[in-house]
Design a protein around this ligand. Sequence first.
Ligand code: SF4
Length: 337
Amino acid sequence: MRAFDYHQAVDSGQAVEQAVRRDGAKYLGGGTNLVDLMRETVERPEMLIDVTALSRDIDETDAGGLMIGAGVTNAAVAGDARVRLRYPLLSRAILTGASAQIRNMATVGGNLLQRTRCAYFYDVAASCNKREPGAGCDAREGFNRYHAILGASSSCVATHPSDMCVALAALDARVHLLGPEGERELAFNDLHREPGERPELETELRPEELITAVELPPLPMAVRSEYRKVRDRASYAFALVSVASMVELDSNTEDETIADVRLALGGVATKPWRAWQAEAVLRGQPATEETLAAAADAELAVAEPLSGNAFKIELARRVMIAELSQRIVDARKGGES
Ligand code: SF4
């Protein structure tokens, strides 16, 4: 690891000021990804600005949602009674990720900005466009079982690794930012970029912008939301396919129809993947197996498999249909209560 300077920020404004003053500075959350990357010399910051002491509360919003500070640990979010009751998929997604030790260290802000676990990205002897623009991509013809079938480009096929972010994509969360120009908000689904020709650019953050909070809007149907993760082993593994889902039924129509739905995928795409195509097929349609299959097929119509991950297309299709079926069962029970 290379030598670096360290600064502990006392508030968000001071953190941003420090980042503006110092070239090569990076914000430090729990360090569960950034420090690993520094050890491998993939990341080489001149200075770390520690923001872990900032924004550590979870507050009610006037709109009836929750505002989660960027410094709140993943464990604290997952264990919060309001999150568990009103947004259970978020709690569940976090608990399927990493280990208890990592969840106790990792922060919300850091989780959003964690980088891919593509092995070639970590191996400085490999060719990787994300680490070294223009170098090539060893994953395309290499070991790509864990790589993306959606949102990829000829430059990069790496998946986004976060479970929590898949839940946030489904929840229509908003990201609160502070930068040299002041505060602004971004829709969570606009935060991450697809790689295109610039895989080294992963988010829409402006230089020196700091994530200060993540806002969950009120969403009544989220009380029946779920997150399912399919992986090679039962714990401490990244998703092959994961699905975040919730469904609202309209039982007043002659055919029971899907009034509203949220669906997002993990493990298959270059960013937390909101299944917009599938949702469009589902809304207003009868809650039947045929509708669910048509929705899954619509979402996966543009999937492009690599040599080692064609199985993800059928796996994603099956998990989407199974999860939506179960959410419909849950919604019927919810309607009776
Ligand atoms: Fe690098 Fe992306 Fe290729 Fe992995 S998939 S080697 S991160 S360019």
